[in-house]
Write a protein that binds this ligand. Structure first.
Ligand SMILES: [Mg+2]
Length: 176
């Protein structure tokens, strides 16, 4: 099976970086429990929205992001049993490439460069399963789209869902 896996908010905890930088700039620390069903920029004061939305376009946003719990162990197991690709729409953030590449080298060294796809529109990448946190990627995927739970997608109803990487491990182990 060819499994495609997104990076941000699936393997790498980008939401935490928003909280971290917002605390740096405004002295208030949010948590995921504060933003159910929302993107972070949607809950900050109007005068902060533009700055918050610019964070991922700034140098260093993607550097040393925390790894989502159990992602490394599960992806390593899956990579031995399946044809696995990391698919990140990195083109949106021009400073992200090196940080993302080095992040994979550090935390997912078993993912060969040939399995790393930094792209624009993901619908050009074909596979059997896509694990992603965004509707705009899942809705155009021609295979089996699976939403990985993040604060902004808890209301998605139209996809199979994985809340954790342990659930993902059980999901693939239970497949015929
Ligand atoms: Mg993502």
């Amino acid at each position: 099976m060819r499994i495609l896996i997104d990076m941000d908010d699936v393997l790498a905890d980008a939401v935490e970086r928003f909280f971290e930088w917002y605390e740096r700039d405004f002295g208030i620390r949010y948590t995921k429990a504060d933003i159910p069903g929302k993107h972070f920029y949607q809950i900050v004061p109007d005068e902060h929205k533009q700055l918050v939305r610019s964070y991922p376009h700034q140098k260093g946003f993607f550097k040393d992001l925390p790894v989502i719990q159990d992602a490394k162990e599960t992806v390593e197991v899956l990579s031995r049993m399946h044809e696995l690709y990391i698919v990140s729409a990195a083109m949106e953030f021009k400073y992200s490439f090196t940080d993302k590449y080095e992040w994979l080298d550090e935390h997912f060294p078993f993912i060969h460069w040939k399995q790393r796809i930094f792209c624009g529109n993901k619908h050009l990448v074909k596979g059997d399963v896509l694990i992603d946190d965004h509707d705009f990627n899942l809705s155009v995927f021609p295979g089996r789209p699976i939403v990985f739970t993040a604060p902004h997608n808890i209301h998605y109803k139209e996809y199979e869902r994985m809340n954790t990487w342990l659930e993902a491990k059980n999901f693939f182990e239970g497949m015929p």
